[in-house]
Ligand binder design. Sequence first.
Ligand code: TNX
Length: 555
Amino acid sequence: MVPLIPAPARHVPDHGSLDIGDGTPVVASAELAAVAGLFIEDVRLDASIAFDLSSNVPSDEAPAITIMLATDDLDTVPSAGGIRADGETDADERHGIRIDNDGIRVWAATPEGVHRGLTSLRQLISAEAEAGSATLTAATIIDGPRFAWRGLSFDVARTFHGPETVRRVIDMCSRHKLNVLHLHLTDDQGWRVEVPSRPELTTIGAAGALGDRPGGYFTISEMQGLAEYAAARFVTLVPEIDMPGHTGAIFRAYPELAPIDATSGDAATGFAIGTLDPERPGTWTFVEDVLDAVIAQFPHSAYVHVGGDEAFGMKDDAHAAFVEQVTALVHARGRLAIGWQEIARASLRKGDVVQYWIDTRENEVMMNNEALQAMVPPEFLPIIAESLTKAEHDIPRALGTGAKLLISPTSRLYFDRPHAEASADPAQEEMRTRVGLPVYPPMSLRDVVEWDPADDTPGVTSDDQIAGVEAAIWCETIATQDELEFMLLPRLSGLAEKAWASPGITAWDGYAARLAAQTSAWDARGWTWFAAADVRWRAAPAAATATATGEGITV
Ligand code: TNX
């Protein structure tokens, strides 16, 4: 068992081992110094081992970690399929790691590839770390991702999770070789991004969140700081401005944009009627103002996510007209568009990506769910049922136009589903039964890994139709950072496995053993994680979930 998640494409064990620890030099040329510095900092935080940055090979016999730009053997693993969120055309994340009795060498064709290789090395080290040192088994690893877009969609609208929490989530993504953090910045319950020409979006639209949770938004300088923090870890921040539905916060800020018959909806569930009207000129000057301000704050993203989902109450032709115009405006600004699968009901532009989310095989179970019936006002039920039925045509239509899919099925990758298994730590049971949307059947850690993004997406016949794999965490039931992390970990590990590892190589028992090797680093970072009872964990979670009751926002 090599304690890596995602599983590497090639791992060849060798005889021998190597001791490294405090003071071991990390030898890097100037162009890799930033990547090396980040690795040293990460190992210190994960494993309390302090390596030293060095620009030349040590003259003594002591082992060193040498990192370099090189391509040896990298073409023995396939290059990534799918689409890059940053639009980079000569990216290459493949890398090699060689551990022998004398030292460690990590190489790749690009600094990003070296960073991914060092991420594996971090995991190997933290799995073996003890009192300032680690003994690693000799091996050669050659690895690279299956898909180029490996992401998490993060709802910061229903609960405003501030910059510090977002940085923690970026750290979690980075440790799992995930490379996209899609921020769901706007929804009925709140608007979270600054648009200087439309100040009421933040003075009024950002004021609250779901229920009585505190509001908030990212200032332009906070957003720039986050984009840089993410980029240093080779994570691309992608903005989502959800339109033409999920726009309640816009209507509170600018009532003149609201339709006459808008209802404020139910603050507890977010089911609202009322959409932006494509027939009104004011709608489009507003959308242009928003796009101009937001695009400038996301310099690394080649895409703007335009939402497009659940435009409840809108006529089909109005929805299609809206999607066609907003994607045209995105293209006019030199970016490509991505949207939830409902955008496939409009004509798509070349290069745009469709995010598959509605697993229609669950439609009946969903509509018969008592929790859904209890939560949603009765007049909404037929609207939801109709929308789920229409969803059956979205994926064939998208594929028919040649659009690629971002794979995010509710059944596998909605991380706001309740955890299905009991926790091995009784102190976590209260949180487990409280957090997660009860409208969905619960989901286990096995559910997150025992499927295939190509084989299990209706209509998909090959990886070539796939842009990548992305999970979503919606925060209707998630009020605190602690609850957020409890739903993300260890599910994020399963996401990484599906998005990166070669098809067919994941078996539950091996995966569970690799997972158990991760948690010492999670504990060292103070990350909360769910200790599902069917994994043999090495130790109980160290974070303070036992005392967390859902009170006290930590952001
Ligand atoms: C559906 S996923 C939504 C969100 C909810 C989510 C809850 C999507 C595109 N729309 O507005 O938060 O379900 O899981």
